[in-house]
Design a protein around this ligand. Structure first.
Ligand SMILES: Cc1cc2nc3c(=O)[nH]c(=O)nc-3n(C[C@H](O)[C@H](O)[C@H](O)COP(=O)(O)OP(=O)(O)OC[C@H]3O[C@@H](n4cnc5c(N)ncnc54)[C@H](O)[C@@H]3O)c2cc1C
Ligand SMILES: CC(C)=CCC/C(C)=C/CC/C(C)=C/CSC[C@H](N)C(=O)O
Length: 493
């Protein structure tokens, strides 16, 4: 594979006031971030650009399914918010369809008892919430709505082709200093300042952070709000599995999928047939037992950069590329088809136990973060626990469950399968997001996960990196890091 054959002579383009298009680009990682980046690279750079996508494992990355006795279930990223507009548009444009995610009744267990239990009657729920927590639920809902409202501005910026060179600048463009402040402070600090009570934080907010991010209210306020929005009504998933979005994006981008592990990236000077030297990146990768290398004008890294997850070496850069040591939270997803031992959580037998999900408080004696009924990826349904039927339950835990632990939770079970992840960043605000621009034409997408890790966040990062690469290649500095975009675009319809 070479980079030089396809682009028109640069002298010709320069005289027409145009930069030559890059001949070869590459994306490392075929998760939702990498495949959306490939899709937008094609849209921006046009049909002649070569796009190679490297993937060491399966297309989809953290979007994956398990098979339980012939049926597929999501094992990684599972629910999508109704206002996640990139995911929504991908599904529509790529000929996929959406299914509603199960929304059964939720309870919160503290290791001894259910401290909160939803009712199927809306009015009873309202009364219970007000009785236990006053109007804090309503205030929380308004807080999240305000953050989400501002978040939606990104779609307008991106539809006008604006790009950001850092995650901090992107966040600032959404809502100014207050928005950036959310990222720099813990959720706990922000919500305590806003007057939320310890009881509400311990019994409602912490359990939501545990199910979604395996962490407590020590995470940053922005990811806290994203996590709370994951309790909104109308969550959905892709029929057949969320990972289908990645394979369809790859197809639509007409990229070449290279099944290989990228080991290193190095900047090299190449002399073209015209005699002009030019800077390119050499990407060294392994397929099976063989080592190969190829040269690229632009490289987009779409995987968390740390030794445990991608282990890519950046060689001979001057100044050197910063080292990434960000810690990702270990998390285990276990699917169990069996009869729940409902008496673990309440005195009620299973035929009187109507909860579809049990969340947990931050009690060190608990060995699970959450347990919830799940539906196969093909089905649009709301499974209800019934005494006579073994259902499939999904459990999130920090460590793999032992057989004894499973037998505490289930009277009996037919099948159990587990998947271990390094799931999301371990959030420790205040912290700095890793740079998006690692070098001249070398970009990094996954820094956005330090603001919040979610499918839509990676899709936003993929679009942003493609726009940034395009504008920097063409010298369109006026399309990068523009201030007051919201005010400026408000008048444009
Ligand atoms: C258990 C779990 C539940 C989740 N639930 C939700 C949810 O309900 N909703 C939601 O929005 N988000 C959820 N998320 C988060 C969401 O799944 C991720 O934020 C998102 O999928 C990240 O996508 P990505 O493309 O950025 O990274 P990844 O999906 O990690 O993709 C990176 C890819 O790069 C590949 N790669 C790594 N190193 C190399 C190398 N050296 N060479 C070649 N290839 C390499 C990897 O194999 C991988 O496929 C969940 C995550 C987990 C783990
Ligand atoms: C990015 C924005 C604005 C919203 C995303 C909201 C959302 C879908 C949050 C969930 C994030 C997440 C990491 C969930 C993990 S667990 C999901 C689910 N509860 C499950 O049981 O699988």
């Amino acid at each position: 594979m070479g980079c030089w054959g396809t682009s028109p002579p640069s002298a010709l383009l320069k005289s027409a006031g145009l930069q030559r298009p890059p001949a070869c680009t590459t994306v490392i990682g075929a998760g939702i971030g990498g495949t959306s980046a490939a899709y937008y690279l094609r849209q921006k750079f046009g049909k002649d650009v070569k796009i190679d996508v490297f993937e060491k494992g399966k297309v989809g990355g953290r979007l994956a399914t398990f098979n339980v006795q012939g049926q597929e279930f999501e094992s990684g990223g599972s629910v999508i918010h109704p206002l996640n507009l990139h995911m929504k548009r991908f599904v529509k444009d790529l000929g996929l369809s959406a299914v509603q995610s199960p929304s059964g009744l939720v309870g919160v267990y503290n290791g001894e008892t259910l401290v909160y239990e939803e009712s199927s009657w809306f009015i009873i729920n309202m009364i219970k919430l007000i009785w236990h927590y006053g109007f804090q639920s309503l205030r929380m809902h308004m807080w999240v709505e305000d953050i989400l409202d501002k978040f939606m501005r990104i779609y307008r910026y991106q539809s006008h082709d604006y790009a950001f060179s850092s995650v901090e600048k992107l966040l600032h463009s959404l809502g100014g200093d207050d928005y950036l402040g959310l990222f720099n402070r813990s959720l706990l600090e922000t919500l305590q300042k806003a007057g939320f009570s310890e009881k509400f934080l311990d019994e409602i907010i912490t359990p939501v952070m545990r199910v979604n991010y395996g962490q407590t209210t020590n995470i940053n306020g922005f990811v806290g709000a994203v996590s709370m929005s994951g309790t909104d009504p109308g969550l959905w998933a892709v029929k057949g599995g969320n990972k289908l979005v990645c394979s369809r994006l790859l197809q639509a981008s007409r990229s070449n999928l290279v099944s290989g592990l990228v080991m290193s990236i190095e900047e090299k000077t190449r002399t073209k047939q015209t005699g002009n030297p030019s800077k390119v990146y050499e990407v060294v990768y392994q397929t099976g037992s063989e080592t190969h290398s190829d040269f690229y004008d632009i490289v987009l890294v779409a995987t968390p950069l740390n030794q445990k997850m991608s282990n890519i070496n950046f060689l001979n850069f001057d100044p050197p590329i910063e080292e990434f040591h960000q810690h990702y939270e270990p998390l285990v997803t276990t699917l169990i088809k069996g009869e729940l031992n409902s008496t673990v959580f309440s005195s009620r037998a299973l035929n009187e136990f109507h909860l579809g999900t049990v969340l947990t408080t931050d009690n060190p004696d608990l060995f699970i973060n959450s347990i919830g009924l799940v539906s196969p990826v093909e089905e649009d349904s709301n499974p209800q626990p019934k005494a006579d039927i073994a259902h499939v339950w999904k459990i999130f835990s920090a460590a793999p469950l032992t057989k004894e632990q499973i037998l505490k939770l289930f009277v009996s079970y037919d099948y159990a399968v587990k998947q271990s992840w390094l799931a999301y960043p371990h959030y420790t605000p205040p912290e700095k997001c890793p740079s998006i621009i690692l070098h001249d034409r070398l970009y990094y997408l996954n820094g956005i996960e330090f603001a919040a890790s979610a499918m839509e966040m990676s899709a936003i990062a993929g679009y942003n990196a493609a726009l940034l690469a395009y504008h920097r290649w063409n010298g369109n500095t006026h399309m990068i890091d523009q201030e007051d975009l919201y005010e400026r675009l408000k008048t444009e319809l």
